[in-house]
Design a protein around this ligand. Sequence first.
Ligand SMILES: Nc1ncnc2c1ncn2[C@@H]1O[C@H](COP(=O)(O)OP(=O)(O)O)[C@@H](O)[C@H]1O
Ligand SMILES: [Mg+2]
Length: 382
Amino acid sequence: MKDFDPIAGDPITVLLVEDHPGDARLVREALRDTRSLQFRVVHVTSLTAAIEHLRGADVDVVLLDLSLPDGAGLASIVRVRAAAPRVPILVLTGTEDEELALHAVRGGAQDYLVKGVDAGTLARAVAHAVERHRMLLELEATRREQLALKDRVLSHVSHELRAPLHAVGGFITLLVDGLAGEVTTAQREYLELAQRNLDQLARMISDLLDATRAETGKLLIEPAPFDLAEVLDATVSSLRPLAQTKQIALDATLPPRLDAYADAQRVQQVVTNLVDNAVKFTPEGGRIAVVAEAADDTVRVSVADTGVGIARDIAPHVFERLYQASRGQRGLGLGLFISRALVERQGGRIWVEPAAGGGTVFCFTLPARTPASPHAAAPAPW
Ligand SMILES: Nc1ncnc2c1ncn2[C@@H]1O[C@H](COP(=O)(O)OP(=O)(O)O)[C@@H](O)[C@H]1O
Ligand SMILES: [Mg+2]
């Protein structure tokens, strides 16, 4: 669709698709008689001709009769839409089929015009429909630009926040290590508390960055063969202090070795997210069980908790960006969104199930081995 300015006198190019000569003449006359608006009418009498024309020429609006020799009803709208998705369609109807016209609007037409209205009304309706549509497209473009800008700002801010955070962490370590003098037990405790909060802040900043990257398909993943059992064991051990803050038992049931093909660091990130959630949504004294096993060509990991559970109608939404069932808890609502992007980018699947005795089970899969490369799979030429 080209830009036009009816106020400045640019003519509006109308593609009139009407096989009835009388009706076509009335529309042409109505669009000719206006003083303030100018129209250039291209008239065709079949759907095929209309689609042909739309492929090759700029048109501002299509006036479409719904009973053509080669197209009837709503299917015509679909075909015109497909040929020119950005051009508004106005359906021409008789007074007797306004119901069909309403259906047409729901089916993708911008509006409908009842044949036989006076010339001025018809002309204005056409011009307004074109203007409305143009404004809608502009609004959409602005929204897209704003989203892109927001992502750029977010990405820049998170990068900038990292450096001072790193510096603060460095000085805390320096103090804890006694490099600035003897540290009392109470001081050490407070410094460690500060360090934990700092780590949490750092994770939130990484999550912001990762969420932006997930949105734009730019998450960096470096898959390689590795022992998943070993990585899970280490991850669970590192999370045990967190579970202990709520007297939650965190156990892992793992085979001695479990071959997987993925990015070990990203897998650790996913498991950390899931266990972090499990701790958050499980009352004191609960249990969290991490289980991993081989399943055909994949490996399967589950994180089960005895926590508050997830209502069935909410379950499909928990992987959406910013989704949180309740606002009371800390967190940005990005963990599961990022986890899903990470698992899917590595060729796996992630889902949630209710746990047997209450609570929740999150499961995900990953490929067990390196995907066969086309070269390796091809038979040798001799
Ligand atoms: N183990 C769980 N038990 C109950 N609800 C959960 C669990 N894990 C996630 N949820 C729900 O899914 C939402 C989204 O989780 P997530 O994306 O990790 O964001 P956040 O942890 O920042 O709230 C949570 O706010 C919570 O409502
Ligand atoms: Mg979370």
